[in-house]
Design a protein around this ligand. Structure first.
Ligand code: 5GP
Length: 248
């Protein structure tokens, strides 16, 4: 059984907890805590692409992804979007509300690129004036296939309309935030979960690992790693610094 002990938080208050690993994800590890409604998520210095087929361990990657996620979750909360974020701690640890994660990845697209171009006749770079909201099964073994609304209805009773509405709101907010630092939000992936009181929360991570950000034809996101074109940690740190200066 793997345990992690954390002492102290970023605000100077002292805590010390020993926590038990419950899930090891591709780039994050989830720990239970002594509080039933709280989990700890450790962001690893690790990046994967192609459903784990390409892997690297860049130093500083976990911290910068956690700090971008923290900033974006906190900003979204100020706009009334409920998220699982609670706090952050040293050692790349974020405390979050424990959620039942809905096994559907919600992807919002403002510009056509990536899988939509590979899988359809839609041309690279086409701008969607009405952003596309798509649903994918969260299942690495099945390679996260695209779902239809009928298939989702047969899978279970999932709050598709609420997820779509929140995804569109998040798109509007994040597009503006990134526009202010000179980046275009091309597309991104969201995950949702229910807390113990059945509130729908935005969950998982909000970092350039799960979004595409373009500036003058160049990528400032995980595509740098997918295509072997540059250092993602430097690119992500630059985004974090600009976001902090712009105080969204
Ligand atoms: P695409 O479907 O074009 O591969 O991805 C669309 C957007 O969703 C991209 O910004 C991509 O980073 C994000 N995305 C889709 N699936 C995943 C996933 O399983 N993990 C992460 N981190 N991002 C994803």
């Amino acid at each position: 059984m793997v345990r992690c002990t954390i002492s102290g938080n970023n605000k100077g208050g002292l805590i010390s907890m020993t926590n038990t690993e419950i899930i090891e994800g591709k780039v994050k590890t989830l720990f239970s805590t002594s509080e039933p409604d709280k989990v700890l998520i450790q962001y690893e210095d690790k990046v994967t692409a192609g459903n784990g087929r390409k892997v690297d361990y860049p130093e500083g990657k976990g911290k910068v992804c956690m700090e971008i996620s923290e900033l974006l979750f906190k900003t979204l909360e100020t706009y009334g979007i409920s998220t699982h974020y609670i706090d952050t701690y040293p050692e790349r640890i974020m405390s979050c509300k424990r959620c039942f994660i809905i096994p559907i990845e919600v992807v919002v697209r403002n510009i056509a690129t990536g899988s939509i171009v590979r899988q359809t006749t839609i041309k690279e770079g086409r701008i969607f004036n009405w952003p596309l909201v798509e649903y994918y099964l969260k299942d690495d073994e099945k390679d996260d296939p695209l779902l239809t609304e009928d298939r989702i209805r047969l899978m279970g009773d999932y709050p598709l309309r609420d997820m779509e509405q929140t995804a569109r709101e998040v798109n509007g907010i994040l597009s503006k935030i990134f526009r202010e630092i000179g980046l275009t939000l091309v597309d991104f992936k969201l995950e949702f979960g229910y807390d113990s009181e059945h509130n729908l929360l935005l969950a998982d991570e909000l970092s350039p690992d799960g979004m595409r950000l373009w500036k003058e034809g160049k990528s400032f996101d995980k595509d740098l790693f997918r295509r072997g074109e540059g250092d993602i940690v430097d690119a992500y740190k630059d985004i974090l610094q600009k976001l902090r200066l712009s105080k969204p």
